[in-house]
Write a protein that binds this ligand. Structure first.
Ligand SMILES: Cc1cc2nc3c(=O)[nH]c(=O)nc-3n(C[C@H](O)[C@H](O)[C@H](O)COP(=O)(O)OP(=O)(O)OC[C@H]3O[C@@H](n4cnc5c(N)ncnc54)[C@H](O)[C@@H]3O)c2cc1C
Length: 321
């Protein structure tokens, strides 16, 4: 007979790890964390630059952690190490390289289908984040430039002429890092930065105009075309130039189609519907982390969602028992 998990957690980022760890702390042993990547925390691994500073109170949001996880300021590496140790200590059962394709409720149980196997669980927590689907601009990006137009730093090398697009902390941190070994222009459609932490704001002002980093603020990109295998970028001020690489750092989008397929309802503003316990209209199916915030999630917020959900599952379980 197939094993029935008490809780299946979809996504192995901070929300998923938080849920798995808190469940174990509360004594729920029979849990499974399913992650599509080959390791946990794909957003941190793929989208944070190496040695990136990781703020607990990200983007100035003061968060008091409610659960047992003692997450603190650190770096990309120390954060990943900390999550490694939590998963090891909690002896969390994980299924990596397993992309969840559908979640269906039949009677009191959920059937979860992944790219590799099927699982059954009594409760499901979906914490899949939004960076699996990075935001793209409205204009069409030439397919022939796929290798030259990116959404993270994976393909970057050295001595390239790079255009970075975005106005948040990630865009600025990417620009500062890349400018150590490349020529970087940071393009933001607004006249000034309004969402940066103090350090990033100070550094970008200090570095602007230095040899390897300049800003193009208050203008947008109209289109990008392929010129001899490189992206030629046309700006709203009539200026155009050819770059070796264009990198967009403009956030991510909730995977609406996937969530709808899992039976999660959406309101008129196309936001997933869930109650104060993060439970969707399907009883026993919860949303945590970035997919459960209107905008601007963080690691600490995801961890608090996880704690809250596990406490709620425990309460409803006790009621039923
Ligand atoms: C560049 C950048 C810098 C940031 N810096 C900070 C910071 O300094 N401090 C801070 O607090 N926050 C920071 N954030 C925000 C923070 O990373 C997110 O708020 C946090 O990771 C959200 O956690 P999550 O668990 O909701 O989702 P994620 O971390 O996105 O994790 C989701 C996981 O689900 C997996 N997944 C997706 N779809 C499926 C599927 N169908 N099946 C199975 N698995 C799936 C993904 O592979 C991923 O591992 C930053 C974000 C970015 C992009």
């Amino acid at each position: 007979m197939q094993q029935i998990y008490d809780i299946a957690i979809i996504g192995g980022g901070p929300g998923g790890i938080g849920a798995a760890v808190e469940a174990k702390v509360f004594g729920i042993q029979n849990i499974l964390m399913i992650e599509k990547g080959d390791n946990h925390s794909q957003t941190i691994r793929k989208f944070y630059k190496d040695n990136k500073r990781v703020d607990k109170n990200y983007k100035g949001q003061e968060i008091v952690l409610e659960g047992t996880i003692d997450f603190r300021d650190g770096t990309k590496e120390s954060t990943l190490n900390y999550f490694d140790s939590l998963l090891d200590k909690g002896e969390i059962d994980t299924a990596f390289n397993s992309e969840v394709e559908s979640i269906t409720k039949t009677g009191d149980e959920f059937q979860i289908v992944t790219s590799k196997a099927g699982y059954i669980a009594k409760y499901v927590i979906v914490a899949i984040g939004t960076m699996g689907k990075p935001n793209k601009p409205d204009y069409t990006l030439p397919i022939s430039l796929k290798e030259r137009i990116n959404f993270n730093l994976d393909k970057c090398s050295q001595n390239e002429k790079i255009l970075l697009v975005g106005g948040g902390n990630s865009a600025v941190e990417y620009a500062l890092e890349l400018s150590k070994t490349n020529n970087v222009t940071l393009n933001y459609r607004k006249e000034s930065f309004s969402r940066l932490n103090d350090i990033n704001l100070q550094m970008i002002q200090e570095y602007n105009g230095r040899e390897k980093l300049r800003l193009r603020l208050g203008m947008d990109i109209v289109s990008i075309e392929n010129e001899n295998g490189l992206p030629k970028v046309h700006f709203t001020d009539g200026y155009d130039t050819v770059y070796d690489r264009v990198i967009y750092a403009i956030g991510g989008t909730t995977p609406i189609d996937f969530l709808k397929k899992c039976g999660i309802s959406f309101n008129e503003e196309n936001k997933a519907e869930f109650d104060e316990n993060y439970e969707t209209k399907t009883k026993g199916l919860y949303l945590a982390g970035d997919i459960a915030v209107k905008s601007g999630g963080s690691i600490a917020i995801a961890l608090n969602h996880a704690y809250h959900i596990i406490s709620h599952i425990l309460k409803s379980h006790q009621k039923q028992g």
